[in-house]
Design a protein around this ligand. Structure first.
Ligand code: ZN
Length: 313
C-alpha cells in the first residue's frame, strides 16, 4: 500500500486527552488576560500588551527582556522565550509558569540558543513559521471572554491539538477556521453539518483521517464527485462571512479544509471499516456502493487515477 501524499496536516498519532481549562485568581490591579489552549506565545503577548495599550515590543522592553530576530506578527512568526523571560511573564500576569506552559505550546522547550547561562538574562527571539505550521484564528467570542479588556481584543492565534485535523472549531460559538490566511474564523451556523460532524470527529482513526484528507483535497481541487455540494456550501459560508478576504488567496483555497470536513470524516470512518488485506473486485464494488450511500451520492465511480484506489489496492 502506497503512502498518501505528504500531509503535514494530520500526524498519525493518538489524539491527546482534551485540554482542561486551568483557572486561577486574578489579583486586583492586574488586567486579566488568560491564554487560550494551544495559543502561540506571540499571540498571547500581543493580546496582553494591547490590554495595557502597548505593543509587544514595548511590553517586553518594559520587563527588560532582550528581543532578537526580525519583529513580525502572528500568525507568520512565533516568539520564543527563555526561562528567565517566562519567569518575568509569570510574575507580571500572576499566572503560574506551569499554567502558562500548559496553555502556550511555544514555551517549551526553549531553543538551545535561548538556554540560560550562569547569569541568566531575559531573552526572546522571533522565528518565522512555515505556512503549513502557522496557527489558525481562534473563536472571537472565546478570545473576548479570556481578554476582559475594555479595548477591542486583538485576534488570538492557536494551534490545533496534535493528531487532530488542521482546524480550529468552537462548538459552543459555532465558529471555525482551517487556514492561517483567514484573518478571523468563520460563522458556520448556515452550514451546521460542519459543527455536527466535529462532534463525532473522535470516531475516525488518525491514519484514516490522513488518507481521507488527501483524497477529498484531491477531489475538491479537481472538482470531482462532490463539487456541486461543496460549491454550494462555500457560497453559503461566503454569504454569512463577508469578512473573508478574496486576496491574496481565494476563499476557494482558504476555506477548503472546512468545506470538505464533513465528507472527509465520513470517508475516514468508512475507510476504518476496510479489512487489512487488499480488496477483491467484488469487494471494491460493494465498498464503493456503501461509500456512495454514506456520502449521499447516487453512485461513485472513481477514475483509474483517483487517489481512492491507492488506499483500496
Ligand atoms: Zn468560542
Amino acid at each position: 500500500m502506497t503512502a498518501p501524499p505528504a500531509s503535514p496536516v494530520l500526524a498519525a498519532v493518538a489524539p491527546p486527552p482534551p485540554r482542561a481549562r486551568p483557572q486561577w485568581p486574578c489579583p486586583p490591579g492586574v488586567l486579566c488576560v488568560r491564554p487560550l489552549p494551544g495559543e502561540t506565545t506571540a499571540s498571547y503577548l500581543a493580546r496582553l500588551a494591547a490590554a495595557y495599550h502597548l505593543t509587544t515590543a514595548q511590553l517586553l522592553d518594559g520587563h527588560h527582556i532582550t528581543v532578537t530576530g526580525s519583529q513580525q506578527q502572528p500568525p507568520t512568526a512565533e516568539l520564543h522565550l527563555n526561562h528567565e523571560a517566562v519567569r518575568r511573564l509569570s510574575c507580571f500576569t500572576q499566572i503560574p509558569q506551569a499554567h502558562l506552559a500548559y496553555a502556550l505550546p511555544g514555551l517549551h522547550p526553549p531553543p538551545p540558543s535561548l538556554a540560560d547561562g550562569p547569569h541568566p538574562r531575559a531573552h526572546a527571539r522571533w522565528q518565522a513559521l512555515d505556512p503549513a505550521l502557522q496557527p489558525l484564528p481562534a473563536c472571537t467570542s472565546c478570545t473576548a471572554h479570556r481578554t476582559r479588556s475594555r479595548t477591542a481584543a486583538p485576534p488570538a492565534w492557536t494551534h490545533p491539538a496534535p493528531g487532530s485535523p488542521r482546524l480550529i472549531i468552537c462548538i459552543r460559538h459555532q465558529q471555525a477556521a482551517g487556514d492561517p490566511r483567514l484573518p478571523a474564523p468563520l460563522d458556520t451556523r448556515p452550514a451546521p453539518e460542519i459543527i455536527h460532524t466535529h462532534r463525532r470527529a473522535h470516531r475516525a482513526s488518525p491514519a484514516s483521517m490522513s488518507w481521507a484528507t488527501a483524497i477529498t483535497t484531491r477531489w475538491y481541487d479537481h472538482r470531482q464527485h462532490l463539487h456541486q455540494r461543496w460549491r454550494q456550501r462555500l457560497e453559503t459560508l461566503l454569504d454569512a462571512n463577508p469578512h473573508i478576504p478574496h486576496t491574496p488567496a481565494s476563499p476557494t483555497l482558504t476555506c477548503r479544509n472546512l468545506i470538505t470536513y464533513p465528507e472527509t470524516l465520513t470517508l475516514a470512518k468508512t475507510l476504518d471499516q476496510l479489512p487489512p488485506h487488499p480488496l477483491t473486485h467484488t469487494h471494491e464494488t460493494v465498498f464503493l456502493h456503501h461509500l456512495a450511500h454514506r456520502l449521499h451520492l447516487h453512485r461513485l465511480a472513481p477514475a483509474d487515477h483517483d487517489l481512492l484506489w491507492q488506499r483500496l489496492r
